[in-house]
Design a protein around this ligand. Sequence first.
Ligand SMILES: *Cc1c(COP(=O)(O)O)cnc(C)c1O
Length: 808
Amino acid sequence: MTPFTTQSLESALTAKLMLNFGKTPEEATDQEMMKACALVLRDVMAMRRVEVKKQIRRQQQKQVHYLSLEFLMGRSLMKNAYNLEVLPQLREALEHLGFKAADIFEIEPDAGLGNGGLGRLAACYLDSMTTLEIPAAGYSICYELGIFKQKIVEGQQVELPDNWKDLGAAWLLPKPEEAQTVQFGGTLREFWDDGHLHIVNENATSVLAVPCDMVVAGYGTDHVNTLRLWDARSTKPVDMSLFSRGEYLKAAEEEAMAATIAKVLYPEDNHYEGKSLRLKQQYFFVSATVQSIATKHLDTYGTLKNFHEKNVIQINDTHPALVIPELMRIFIDEAGMDWDEAWDITTKSVAYTNHTVLAEALERWPQSLMESLLPRVWQIIQEISARWQQKVEDFYHDSAKTANMAIIWGGEVRMANLCIAGGMAVNGVSGLHSEILKKDVFRDACSMEPWKFQNVTNGIDHRRWLSEINPGLDALVKELTGGDDYLLQPLALQKLDAYADDKAVLERLAAIKRANKEEFALYAKKTRGVILNPDAIFDVQVKRLHEYKRQLLNVLHIIALYQKLQDDPNAITHPHTFLFGAKAAPGYAVAKRIIRLINSLADQIDHDPICKDKLQVVFLENYRVSLAERLMPASEVSQQISTAGKEASGTGNMKFMMNGALTIGTLDGANVEMHDVLGDENMFLFGLHADEVSRVKREGYVPQRLYSRDDTLRRCLDALRHGFRDGVSYDDLYQRLLFGAGGSPADEYLLLADFDSYCQAERRMAETYADPMQWNRMSLHNIARSGIFAADRAVAEYADNIWHVPHK
Ligand SMILES: *Cc1c(COP(=O)(O)O)cnc(C)c1O
């Protein structure tokens, strides 16, 4: 199964360098060597792909198509080498050829084609689908610029473009012969022919979608799958001088559209921005994908009538929801089916994953935009909407429910309702989240069609997030659980529980964490010039910056600790380092203010001698997959403190748990399921539960009362107004918490309501840390019970309960 020995890898790399750059290994730069590595591994995977495609066709296997506007892949070199089981050989070959393997891995840019959890989930699932030998493909856009690079300048976030493709494109295989044409705008003309009504779109603006395939390897298998990233090109020839005036303008329009559509990833996480370019991106990648699937299906089966038997389309949130009308368009306009048949096949082919209950994240496209940009799709959506509305009326005879479940309403197209109507399954991403969908957000739809509503709790690629990035822990796990089993059977991690009272094992666990902390401290010093104390508790909150994730609650507690230290320099017995990492959406002003606040506080603490070797705050710039990979193994405390009911699942929480960090968290998202397996005794729970949050809000929440009642809280809120040594006041944040601002209510996310409970959890945590054996035992239990959060488990559930495809 191993495609290379060290020697054959050396020869392959040497040959690649010569063929591509005309250089010997002695002459090649690190960049060139990185590309050569990518090309050599890509060749192996591309050859395997040929075999896989033959097999899919020969055995007429059902295929899974995972559509997501985001795939946060991160780096691929170490991952592919790991999955191909040539990582040790690659390291050795690189050293033999005179390179530092670590430098070659480090030079690879992250493929940052996503914002946060949703995009990273898609990447983890691609790995598991491949490892489980499911014939599957991911589909997205080949953004020229991924998620922006974050710089912190004078405490504030500055966004820089992320040109990842210079080196990152080495993984991509362009397939110009499989290009598809996607049409925008134009006018519809209807005519009768052969007793059929035909509809053609005239004067549309066409954009060429060219696939760039990234082949991905699975672990312990020869199976490979592809991530198909669509690039946009103009359909017109380069020489526009040949064109008549009218065509010239059309050509210019197409040039402009092609140049912008795949330019940049929208950097908003959990937030809907009704921008027309974003709708163009959605239809561009959806239409190209559906056409490409339908073309291949026709090529194999000669008909689309069995489409649903051989294909299933999973949509990651509503962003690809246009697959529903696009499938209808192809079935009706291109395959000549009648409405009922087309609808039957469509609704047996598409499944929808919901990722959020936040109102501001729900997509609602203006119908005027739909109509002008996608006239035929708009017609089809109107018909879907009318029939759905009729069905709802016939079922409920209740105008409130009709309004609630409508697809087109108040001049907007509600994409979630379209997905519910046009999908065979709707799933939430944790037990709690799925319950909230069923009982609250989609209550009416769920009473009408209960069979559609499911739960699949998120998971992470445990091979990447434990085995690959934490070699020390990986070795210990393998030793204690009897070999490599856990790599394909993550529940084997449970065997670690047997060592809960084994002092030697607990000490080794502690030593591994200590070494990882030292390594991270070295990295932070080298790259950022930050001095971290490896004796300190590494207490970490890394995730997108969002008010509901409550980084500000973490800050309030740190301010309280700092003030306590002012009163009593012995208040902190063990050094405590708080690490933050978070990108804020460029237009999200409050989030950016919170980043600045973290930096102001960090600066204050840095300059106060009382805090030396006691308290430190560090903001890690440009949080991304490759930084998470360095940080998770070194983390001891995982902050998962969202307002209960707001975080759909979280996956960062799982990465921490798997690497032995203890969680301070609310009963939100997948924290609930972590608690189910860990119990109260192995995590630090605090705060209101989801139902209590609803009740508090319903009964009228007045944060000023807490402010006047609680001295600690009042003092630390007042500190926001006065600011710190840099002289910046955070009165705006103070006002938001106590009185509300800009249409949002006072303390919308209930920070003040949870503040005291949070401080108590922090105290319990610090007390536990003072008992190393107890801490290490809890850490061991966290690792041992993290197996259920492997993406392999989640993907197997999708395969069994939604996709109905076999898997390993
Ligand atoms: C896992 C991951 C996330 C998701 O983190 P949450 O805490 O679940 O929001 C976001 N960004 C990156 C880079 C990740 O690796």
